[in-house]
Design a protein around this ligand. Structure first.
Ligand SMILES: NC(=O)c1ccc[n+]([C@@H]2O[C@H](COP(=O)([O-])OP(=O)(O)OC[C@H]3O[C@@H](n4cnc5c(N)ncnc54)[C@H](O)[C@@H]3O)[C@@H](O)[C@H]2O)c1
Length: 289
């Protein structure tokens, strides 16, 4: 399938990233369906999408369209069968667990047309971990977004060794059609390009806090004062979601058997245990009112 043939996008997982990807695709003229296992997640996504549409409506990047109306056209379902048959492209944003991603794609493989391209938004895993489970490894690659999707407009296009060159070209072309700049990965590599650098910053920041070297506030103060960036690593992690950061840290702690990563995962978990998941729950390292 060529990028120009894509009309319908199925976004799987209606959380932080699924919402933003759905908005970006809908605002660029695609028919979008959001699929989640939880009706409550779809309800939250609808409310958040309405708020986001109002928020970005005055952004020059959306001057070409009525983003409020585009977002209203996004449909939502908990039924994979209803959602899958029309999809030209699946963009998956379920939690960072290779077994879960494999199960989600295996089910969609049975329900989607043969032409449908599968794209994963995994942050730290690589598509070859679950390529076989998808049933269509040649039509699977990573299409990895950065948030906020409408202003951090790069998207990594990363094949695994079994991805066909046509799939890569289709995803590169699709990225351009949704206002994103494609960053081509020449080979599979965890962390892509921006995230490889960003993850190193996060690991060091969390290590400082988990080892009791300095407070969250002072670590962020050190970063923002020198770089003049508006947020430090913990402020940025509140936007990413501490649950997502914990999933990633915990996975690599277990996979590598790394003692410091294990301490870092426990440190993140201590916030989750207090209901502090970041901006999405109103409280994280900071309070959002
Ligand atoms: N948060 C970020 O900044 C960011 C950036 C880029 C990539 N990612 C990646 O995107 C993916 C999703 O992250 P997120 O932060 O949006 O997570 P999230 O927890 O905010 O959302 C995940 C959603 O997936 C749903 N879900 C769970 N199982 C499902 C299933 N079987 N079928 C359909 N939906 C299901 C959940 O109900 C939830 O609504 C992860 O792989 C993450 O690493 C995250």
């Amino acid at each position: 399938m060529d990028a120009d043939d894509i009309r319908t996008v199925l976004v799987v997982g209606a959380g932080t990233m699924g919402q933003q990807i759905a908005l970006q695709c809908a605002a660029h003229g695609f028919a979008v369906t959001l699929l989640d296992t939880e009706q409550a997640a779809l309800d939250r996504a609808r409310a958040r999408l309405d708020a986001l549409a109002g928020h970005v409506a005055s952004d020059p990047a959306f001057a070409h369209t009525d983003v409020v109306a585009d977002v209203a056209r996004i449909s939502a379902t908990t039924d994979p069968a209803e959602a899958a048959h029309a999809a030209d492209l699946v963009s998956e944003s379920v939690p960072e667990d290779p077994a879960l991603k494999g199960r989600v794609f295996a089910e969609l493989d049975r329900l989607c047309a043969a032409r449908t391209i599968f794209a994963t938004n995994t942050s730290s895993l690589v598509p070859s971990l679950f390529a076989d489970a998808t049933g269509r490894p040649d039509r699977l690659a990573a299409l990895h977004f950065h948030q906020p999707v409408w202003s951090a407009t790069i998207v990594d296009v990363m094949p695994h060794p079994g991805t066909s060159p046509e799939t890569v070209e289709t995803l590169v072309g699709f990225a351009g059609r949704i206002g994103q700049v494609p960053i081509r990965l020449l080979r599979e590599s965890p962390g892509y390009v921006f995230n490889a650098m960003y993850n190193a910053l996060n690991r060091e920041a969390i290590t400082l806090a988990a080892n009791g070297v300095a407070t969250v506030e002072d670590i962020d103060r050190a970063w923002t004062t020198v770089t003049k960036m508006p947020n430090g690593p913990f402020g940025m992690l509140d936007h990413v979601g501490i649950d997502t950061a914990w999933h990633i840290t915990d996975y690599w702690a277990r996979t590598l058997g790394d003692a410091q990563l294990t301490r870092n995962a426990a440190y993140l978990k201590s916030y989750l245990d207090q209901g502090r998941a970041g901006v999405k729950s109103g409280r994280g390292f900071y309070d959002y009112g």
